[in-house]
Ligand binder design. Structure first.
Ligand code: TTP
Ligand code: MG
Length: 255
């Protein structure tokens, strides 16, 4: 995995370094905690696009990749559908109690890999984050009774170890806020094979977790400030909204 080398090559340093670059301390920073950071690289701004399944994250990323000098990282979903010939995404939807931990362990690894990979452009924009994989998807599997407590405990230990020991900087969260109904309709339209079994209740549950985390801010720590973009509109209107918010989004990066 590309960032395994980065991780091995990383040095123990204090997280103070990133605050020197102007970022305020986030709830994910343990004060005075020494964290692993990528070595030999200037810290560059990171913007995470968040939102429910089929809320339009990829379209948003594609728009900014065409129109700005930023590096765009879409989600590693092709890996979740094919790890050495296996499809943990499909397995999870078929039998979440058995395969939920398998998928979520792999999602956590691939998201960590994304966060730690080298940044080529002055700004990075990425689809989702390590945080939403845990706070939305793992949490949902557990709360809905589909993930055994021991699996949840093991995933939580992994997540907490990672976030306490490795620096995962995020400068802005852009939340594409939709109704579950909109996502349900888009999901049916795009017809991804694994997702045909997703019921409306699942999208409602993930929606509620997102709202608790990013709007009510009662559920979990926020790794960065949140910019909310209403995202129930058709594609053309959404592109307009992205354009209108371009400066506010890129202001996170100081560009
Ligand atoms: P999404 O992250 O919602 O990606 P998307 O391409 O569907 O969204 P958009 O249209 O907004 O670009 O999720 C992809 C699939 O992976 C979806 O079926 C949900 C699933 N998934 C999990 O099961 N667990 C996870 O931790 C994550 C991040 C996704
Ligand atoms: Mg996508």
């Amino acid at each position: 995995m590309s960032s395994a080398a980065a991780l091995i090559g990383a040095l123990w340093r204090t997280s103070c370094r990133r605050r020197l670059h102007g970022a305020p301390r986030r709830s994910s920073d343990a004060p005075a905690q020494r964290k692993l950071v990528r070595s030999g690289e200037e810290r560059k701004p990171v913007i995470c696009i968040e939102g429910n399944i089929a809320s339009g994250k990829t379209t948003c990323l594609e728009y900014f990749s065409r129109t700005s000098d930023i590096e765009v990282l879409t989600e590693p979903i092709s890996k979740w559908r094919d790890v050495r010939g296996h499809n943990p995404l499909a397995l999870m939807y078929q039998d979440p109690a058995r395969w939920g931990i398998t998928l979520q362990t792999y999602v956590q690894l691939t998201m960590l890999d994304r966060h730690l990979s080298a940044v080529a452009a002055p700004v990075r924009m990425m689809e989702r984050s390590l945080y939403s994989a845990k706070y939305i998807f793992v949490e949902n599997l557990y709360r809905s009774g589909k993930m055994p407590e021991v699996d949840f405990a093991v995933l939580s230990e992994w997540f907490e170890w990672i976030t306490h020991n490795i620096s995962i900087p995020v400068d802005l969260i852009v939340y594409l806020q939709t109704t579950p109904q909109t996502c349900y309709e888009r999901l049916k339209q795009r017809c991804r094979e694994e997702e045909k079994v997703i019921p409306m209740e699942y999208l409602e549950a993930t929606h509620n977790l997102y709202e608790d985390w990013l709007i009510k801010q009662t559920a979990f720590p926020l790794p960065a400030p949140v910019l909310v973009i209403p995202a129930d509109h058709d594609q053309q209107k959404m592109l307009q909204h992205y354009e209108e918010n371009r400066e506010r989004i890129l202001a996170a990066s100081g560009t």
